[in-house]
Design a protein around this ligand. Structure first.
Ligand SMILES: Nc1ncnc2c1ncn2[C@@H]1O[C@H](COP(=O)(O)OP(=O)(O)OP(=O)(O)O)[C@@H](O)[C@H]1O
Ligand SMILES: [Mg+2]
Length: 343
């Protein structure tokens, strides 16, 4: 589509250059003829008058042609949006518990499988850690678990119910998501947290903020909870933004928590604050965490190691550690070495 726009643009510009060249050539040739005495100025003037009159409609038509092409491209885009099927489903969701089960799930974005026959269970009350190299499909699993996309084959159930049959909006009332790229709005701290629960009272919001250890940095802001935090929270540090998103999740108190672990960029003090806020959030929930830190992984109840979109191994940390030639152990050792280097 972008190619189409480019081709049209180039065509219109080239034609317009050729036309302008016509006028320039007439002037140049005319000037030469005047100098050599073959025509007089009035004749050239008449020529120029005629030639600009002749070219004007062409110029206008060219502009119109360009617009026709452009609107065709826009229309194609519109049709694409209309043709995209919206994810439908029932607006009632009454699962039996909140175990998340991936059953032979495969998925591709546009070309090439990103997930290939992934099966695992994230149990209620447990922390299930997804680990694996960059690009192995961890975030994709989290997105599918929240039905941000539908699996191509296989199925994902929550409490025994196939999530494909539930309307996304209804489904998401049972999810809290704490992702790396937290979306914050240029509104007050209070309103940003209140997004977690529509109609929460100020006291509820502040309680969640205290539990998420937001309180101390909020006190330091000029207007406390009524301070505007700038577009996407630009006035806050990474750790502060995360704590706001944790406060939001605490307020929501949904039974499923999807967590793209984001503590990698935090300093030690901030990290332990975020960790203690998280531990409150995670209690008794079904937690699916994309873990980047070995500490989280070791404290998880279950680890699922992804490799090239497949489950390479899964089990408790101690089970995986005991396994001969375990990928998990290799990753663990590598991180331990890296940790030493950075000191
Ligand atoms: N929106 C998208 N459109 C097309 N391809 C995508 C999209 N998102 C991810 N991919 C591709 O899917 C594969 C898996 O991506 P995914 O984000 O799940 O990896 P990940 O395990 O979360 O990696 P990381 O540790 O770097 O976050 C990658 O090859 C990536 O390029
Ligand atoms: Mg990811």
């Amino acid at each position: 589509m972008i190619k189409g726009e480019l081709a049209t643009g180039i065509f219109v510009n080239a034609a317009s250059v050729i036309m302008r060249l016509g006028v320039a050539t007439t002037i140049l040739t005319g000037a030469n003829l005047i100098l050599s005495g073959q025509v007089d100025f009035m004749t050239l003037f008449m020529f120029l008058l005629v030639i600009t009159r002749v070219y004007a409609p062409f110029d206008q038509s060219l502009a119109l042609i360009a617009e026709v092409f452009m609107s065709e491209v826009s229309a194609e885009r519109l049709m694409e949006i209309y043709d995209t099927k919206s994810a439908g489903g029932k607006s009632e969701f009454k699962p039996n518990g909140h175990d998340i089960v991936f059953d032979n799930v495969s998925f591709s974005y546009s070309d090439g499988k990103v997930l290939d026959g992934v099966s695992f269970t994230a149990k209620e009350g447990e922390v299930t850690a997804l680990v694996g190299e960059s690009g192995s499909g961890k975030s994709t699993c989290a997105r599918l678990a929240a039905r941000l996309w539908d699996a191509d084959s296989g199925k994902i159930t929550v409490g025994g119910i196939d999530i494909d049959t539930i309307e996304p909006e209804t489904l998401l009332t049972d999810y809290s998501m704490v992702f790396q790229d937290v979306v914050l709005f240029d509104d007050t701290v209070m309103e940003n947290i209140r997004l977690g629960k529509h109609g929460a009272t100020d006291e509820e919001v502040m309680q969640a903020a205290r539990d998420a250890k937001c309180d101390e940095f909020v006190q330091k802001l000029a207007d406390g909870y009524n301070t505007k935090i700038g577009e996407n929270g630009t006035k806050l540090s990474g750790g502060e933004r995360q704590r706001i998103s944790i406060a939001r999740a605490l307020l929501k108190n949904a039974p499923i928590v999807l967590l793209d672990e984001a503590t990698a960029s935090l300093d030690v003090e901030n990290e332990s604050k975020v960790q203690s806020a998280l531990s409150r959030l995670l209690k008794g929930k079904t937690v699916l965490v994309i873990a980047h830190r070995m500490r989280t992984v070791e404290n998880a109840d279950k680890i699922v190691v992804l490799k090239d979109g497949k489950v390479a191994e899964q089990g408790s940390p101690s089970q995986l550690k005991a396994k001969e030639g375990s990928l998990f152990v290799k990753m663990h050792d590598l991180q331990a070495k890296e940790a030493k280097w950075s000191v």
